[in-house]
Unconditional design. Sequence first.
Length: 126
Amino acid sequence: MPTILVVDDEPMALKLVQSVLERRGFEVITSASPVEALEIFRKEQHRIVLLISDVVMPEMDGGALANRIVKLNPELPVLFMSGLVTANEVEMAGTITQFAFIRKPFRPGTLVQAVRKMLSDEEQTA
């Protein structure tokens, strides 16, 4: 079963994403803190196939978190989500080769479609 790490400092958004993905058969690990998410990834990276991260968070923004995680696994796809910034405003330091962006609020089907596309793209490049 594919395991997805979801990071969002908004508890309701975190719970919504978890619920939608678990109903579609994904295993989900959640974190409300980018620092905690980095620790989780270090322990569980062998089974995590996708990172979904909010962009604007305290402690560390989603781009910085993703870049640190991708240094540990350069092949890991990343799905960013935000209601505050646009896809063009998400700054990538060039280390993330496979990423996508969805704007909050989104419909559950939009999230599932984005996740499935990212995972199928990953399988094709593996």
